[in-house]
Design a protein around this ligand. Sequence first.
Ligand code: GSH
Length: 217
Amino acid sequence: MSELILYSYYRSSASHRVRIALKLKGLDYEYRAVHLLNNGGEQNTSPYNELNPSRQVPTLIHKGRALGQSVAIIEYLDSLRPEPPLFPQDAYERARVLQACEIVNSGIQPLGNLSVLQQLQSRAGFDQDKKTEWVQHWVNNGLQALTEMVQTTAGRYCFGNLVTAADCFLVPQIFNAIRFQVDLERFPLLMRIHQTCMELPEFIASAPDVQPDTPRP
Ligand SMILES: N[C@@H](CCC(=O)N[C@@H](CS)C(=O)NCC(=O)O)C(=O)O
């Protein structure tokens, strides 16, 4: 059995961030799929819900110990395997990378989460079109903020010419934006960084379309 196990769902953007970080670190892991829709969501049922009190993916298991929340997991992986670093050494630069991660992690993704969309449907009667417009609104807001931030820091990637944790958060968010038909022509800088990342094998191998639980036609 692998030392590292990742509980993931192929099109979960939060799981996708961790898959990228694991690949960048060259860490092998066992993939365990959690289907977010089957049977009311496997994230809500035993035994998975005992691993992650938020009842969300991802969860990383390392040597039998569980860890949730992608920011915490990626920081942990960076401590476990420092090379290549996913955060700059300088305290301010490190915090700026975390700021970019949080624009996605707390400013965009939670508002489009499955459970939020389910609540909008059951409490406010949102149909699919209204849910899509809702997600688009928050994605546009957040990607605008991210653009304003990285336009002063970007090189090939969000921060200069080395991949950082910010890129691990940006790329899954762009996949999610494509899924919700966001007009990404408004964000040429972010799309350029996304495309540069997607030239790397670690990003290609982590994409939603090539995971063990990706539905096959
Ligand atoms: N902040 C959490 C977010 C995790 C999260 O929201 N995961 C979503 C999939 S991307 C999920 O499990 N949703 C299940 C649900 O809403 O019931 C993290 O970064 O790990």
